[in-house]
Design a protein around this ligand. Structure first.
Ligand code: CP
Ligand code: NVA
Length: 310
């Protein structure tokens, strides 16, 4: 029997059970296959999704807007300047008001606490479309893509090279929840936050897998099934970009580094990629790269999430 996720917010992967994660993947597979043969699933007929963006987006915006439309509902887009949110109105009042009009909210913002508060004070499900701390929709998509390509998740090893940022945090939670090994190599001062590492180590211990936080990219990539990277300077850190380029030298995913991974490794990146910095063209455009399948899967995974929680 499937577990009901109706009304549940998706704030971080840590809040999902293994059963819920696989329920999302099962529905994703069905929605993806049936979309290919033109079958429509208007399971959210007439439902309204508010989409709040305090940071720019290509994939998240377009895939959520197309996704809610394909499910029979409608998406309302708000950028930073459209709402009173955190300017002349509190998060809690905004949550209560929006709950009277909408059936769900997707939000991309800076402060993770704002997403927690929207869910806490509102009465409709809230989906985290990226905060400074987490990017759960992306990592659920990454795991679904890995499952498609490798036919299993448990026992795989993912190596993440680069900044200990929102992507690193959600990958730590996601991989450890499903029993994958994860090795992260970051320069000192840019490691993932201790409390996220700790909770992921606890997940991994329960699943019998491993979490490693390393200094050496070569050691991290050793025997990896998946090599992953993300930008060195995230949205909001543009002023640090030049300094970070210096600090992250040696943490580039290039042909020399991936020699240490398994021969049939796959390369993943949440995108946008800063080609020439954290990764080079030869890797992004190689037969091992699945970056565009990964981007496509954002649509299918988020449709499944919306269908389940709204
Ligand atoms: N990966 C991702 O979230 O892309 P966008 O910033 O374009 O939404
Ligand atoms: N770490 C990146 C991810 C973009 C999808 C950022 O926050 O800008």
């Amino acid at each position: 029997m499937a577990v009901s996720m109706k009304g549940k917010s998706l704030i971080e992967i840590q809040h999902l059970t293994l059963e819920e994660i696989y329920q999302i993947f099962d529905l994703t597979k069905t929605l993806k296959e049936e979309r290919l043969i033109g079958r429509k699933h208007h399971v959210l007929e007439g439902k309204k999704l508010g989409m709040i963006f305090s940071k720019p987006s290509t994939r998240t915006r377009v895939s959520f807007e197309v996704g809610i439309y394909e499910l029979g509902g409608v998406g309302l887009y708000f950028n930073q300047n459209d709402l009173q949110l955190k300017k002349s109105e509190s998060v809690s009042d905004t949550a209560k008001v929006l709950s009277r009009y909408l059936d769900g909210i997707m939000i991309r913002t800076f402060d993770h606490q704002d997403v927690i508060d929207l869910a806490k004070f509102g009465s409709i499900p809230v989906i985290n479309g990226l905060t400074d701390l987490h990017h759960p929709c992306q990592v659920l998509t990454d795991l679904f893509t890995a499952l498609e390509k490798k036919r299993k998740l448990e026992g795989l090893k993912l190596a993440y090279i680069g900044d200990g940022n929102n992507m690193a945090h959600s990958l730590l939670q996601g991989c450890s929840k499903v029993g994958m090994d994860i090795s992260i190599a970051s320069p000192s001062g840019y490691k993932p936050l201790d409390f996220v590492v700790k909770e992921s180590m606890e997940n991994a211990e329960y699943m019998g897998s491993k979490v490693e936080i390393l200094d050496d990219p070569i050691a991290a990539v050793k025997n990896a099934d998946i090599v992953y990277t993300d930008v060195w300077a995230s949205m909001g850190q543009e002023k640090e970009a030049e300094e970070r380029k210096k600090k992250f030298a040696g943490f580039q995913v290039n042909p020399n580094l991936v020699k240490n991974a398994k021969d049939d490794y796959i390369f993943m990146h949440c995108l946008p990629a800063h080609r020439g910095d954290e990764v080079v063209d030869e890797i992004c455009d190689s037969p091992n790269s699945v970056i565009f399948d990964e981007a496509e899967n954002r649509l299918h995974v988020q449709k499944a999430i919306m269908a389940l929680v709204m």
